[in-house]
Design a protein around this ligand. Structure first.
Ligand code: CO
Length: 661
């Protein structure tokens, strides 16, 4: 343990830090990095993969009173440039010491954004790569693009035990050209990301001398290059003359009956903490912490070396590190409250992403309606939702993350996937078994995007159980003489192994989280249901080099008792992982799950055979899930919405008249 720092660096949370769950401030990152530099004494060779908030014990968080002091600590992963292995541990920011540290000789840190261009530069500087580019008749190296794919764990020559990028290549026709329209097939470079040594140049066509031609038709999306655009529609404005209905204090949001805290990490991106619904003056917790904790994109073609495309965009690159600033009136419509995100770079310096988190409210259509045909009275209410969002760009793709809180108690996550599909080259017009020719000579291979949500639940308090609900039809005969009977059969999932579950359409299966000690008006446990419309069937063989690292995709639901170190479903260190850490390993312990502090893990995503319509940029496609109250409330929780008529609305018969009664 290092000695405490002198008083001049005493812990002093910046003005932005007012709560134990607030992300680290820039000052705190500076301080943590300084403590780590002194501790390791490696000078500029010390690389900072991760410095982020070490969340305090839940008891500390729950017991926190505004204005009271609270402990601050940072988690870290650092490594020495040029060497394998990493140190992981905890910095106590109050005492100014490294409070815990382990050296992990096999751990290989995630890629950092600033390494992307260094990987490209290393490839381009290699004479073997230059020769391969020349063999293809390409004479402008400045127009060649080398994308830094993580390399997985395939036992390839020279890669073992190293931190490696396995690159794929595209080219531009001119400076602002869309290079993904011009894939350079059959040329890959393995680069050591610690030393930037080129391990191998794989020119798969060099021996035969026959190359798949690079498709050179320009297919662009930049409006400056497109020429003619359609006529714009008339303005559609979101008018909030009195401002929004939410308030933001620091990282806490209050809106209608909801309140929550917003967090963010370089690895997970958006984090929602302490989501609660207040009813009749009683604040009722629902979720302690929610995030998208991992994702993987397996590509489905065995051709060439495309099997190596199997990226964990959270664990290998960092979903939060690749978040983008959002722009008002383009990304975000209406009255917006932005939050900046504070991360850090490889040198341990704070890196601020301005306006990375967007908070606003939206009309969500009709809430409820009834017309009494006898009295001819009508009651109609509209619904609103609070939206917390951020957008991440991982190479060619955009992941747009939206958390919605609805007035009627539903919490929804929606992923809007857009950006550019990953492309390869083919002989134009040839039959494609594992993909779609999206433009002449350009193929998009079949793939999936499988995300894993980590939902640390606290429905009416920490003691929760998970219930599986299957609908069954008793056989026609005694008890079901007309053959119409069907009912829901409930079963508590008692332990972790029993709680490795998959969706079952034949049983209309769903799961709910209940609090066995909290009862609704009918005497039933209060609960929240997990709706899983985006469960996907995985096709990776679980024994293969990619499937074995992605164990979380083989069940749609996993449940674990809360443990602070169980955070990432495919394991803590993902880069070149072996699959020995993560949900399959944790749940093998088969810990009991009834009336304990549980964490739900839900794997969901997109099954994607690209369409020509997805090129050159894919119109957004959606996936997600919902947490919906089931017996949490005693009645329709929005029955008390006031009658309202939107006076800005206009019809062909004139301005809006009152719509109710
Ligand atoms: Co896709």
């Amino acid at each position: 343990m290092a000695p405490a720092l002198d008083g001049s660096l005493a812990a002093k949370p910046g003005p932005s830090v007012t709560h134990p769950l607030d992300p680290l401030s820039a000052d705190e990152i500076v301080r943590a990095a300084d403590i780590l530099r002194r501790h390791f004494d490696l000078g500029a060779a010390l690389m900072f993969e991760t410095i982020d908030l070490a969340e305090p014990d839940k008891a500390v968080v729950r017991g926190h009173a505004p204005g009271q002091p609270f402990p601050r600590a940072a988690r870290f992963t650092v490594y020495k440039r040029g060497e394998t292995g990493a140190w992981a541990g905890r910095v106590d920011l109050d005492d100014g010491v490294v409070a815990a540290v382990d050296f992990l000789p096999d751990a290989r840190p995630m890629f950092s954004p600033e390494e992307f261009m260094q990987i490209e530069a290393a490839a381009k500087a290699d004479p073997r790569f230059q020769a391969a580019i020349a063999r293809r008749g390409i004479d402008r190296m400045d127009l060649v693009c080398v994308d830094p794919w993580t390399a997985g764990n395939f036992g390839a020559e020279g890669e073992d035990g190293r931190r490696v990028a396995y690159t794929f290549v595209w080219r531009r026709a001119f400076e602002f050209d869309n290079y993904y329209a011009h894939p350079v097939e059959g040329l890959n470079v393995a680069v050591d990301v610690d030393t930037f040594e080129v391990i191998r140049v794989d020119d798969h066509s060099a021996a035969s001398g026959t190359f798949v031609p690079v498709p050179m038709e320009p297919i662009n999306y930049d409006a400056d290059l497109l020429g003619s655009l359609r006529q714009p529609l008339k303005p559609l404005d979101v008018v909030q003359p009195e401002g929004p209905s939410f308030t933001v204090e620091g990282n806490r949001i209050a809106w209608d009956n909801w309140d929550l805290r917003v967090g963010f990490s370089g690895r997970e991106g958006l984090i929602l903490h302490q989501i609660a619904y207040t009813q009749d003056g009683r604040r009722r917790p629902v979720v302690y912490r929610a995030s998208i904790a991992e994702m993987v994109v397996p590509y489905g073609t065995p051709e060439g070396v495309h099997y190596r495309k199997n990226v964990f965009d959270s664990g290998e690159y960092g979903f939060g590190k690749l978040a983008q600033s959002l722009s008002l009136g383009c990304d975000c419509l209406g009255h917006i409250h932005y939050l900046d995100v504070v991360l850090h770079d490889l040198a341990g310096q704070p890196r601020i992403i301005p306006s990375a988190i967007c908070i606003h409210e939206e009309d969500a259509g009709l809430a409820w309606k009834h017309f009494d045909f006898r009295t001819e009275r009508t009651e109609t209410r509209r619904l609103r939702r609070l939206v917390v969002s951020s957008i991440t760009t991982v190479g060619n793709y955009e992941y747009c993350c939206y958390w919605y809180l609805y007035q009627e108690g539903t919490i929804e996550f929606e992923m809007k996937a857009t950006g550019i599909i990953n492309t390869a080259a083919c002989i134009p017009g040839t039959e494609q078994e594992y993909g779609t020719e999206v433009a002449p000579g350009v193929i998009g291979h079949i793939h999936q995007h499988i995300f894993c949500a980590r939902l640390d639940m606290e429905v009416d308090g920490p003691g929760n159980s998970v219930v599986e609900c299957d609908t069954v039809a008793p056989p026609m005969g005694p008890g079901n003489p007309m053959g119409n009977a069907f009912k829901v059969v409930e079963r508590v999932l008692p332990t972790e192994q029993a709680a490795r579950r998959r969706v079952d359409f034949e049983r209309m299966r769903y799961w709910k989280v209940v609090n066995p000690e909290a009862r609704n008006r009918m005497g039933r446990p209060t609960g929240y249901k997990l709706e899983t419309p985006s469960a996907v069937q995985p096709y990776l063989d679980p024994a293969g080099p990619s499937g074995s690292r992605a164990g979380f995709i083989y069940n749609h639901l996993w449940v674990t008792p809360y443990h602070p170190d169980e955070r990432y479903p495919a394991g803590e260190f993902m880069n070149h992982s072996t699959g020995t850490d993560g949900l399959p390993a944790w749940t093998a312990r088969d810990r009991p799950l009834e009336n304990v502090d549980i964490v739900l893990w839900h794997a969901f995503g997109l099954h994607h055979l690209p369409r020509p319509e997805d090129h050159p940029v894919q119109p957004r496609v959606l996936c997600g899930f919902k947490l919906m109250p089931v017996g949490f409330f005693d009645r329709n929780p929005v029955i008390d919405l006031p009658r309202e008529t939107n006076r800005a609305s206009r019809g062909n018969a004139g301005p809006a008249a009152s719509c109710c009664a």
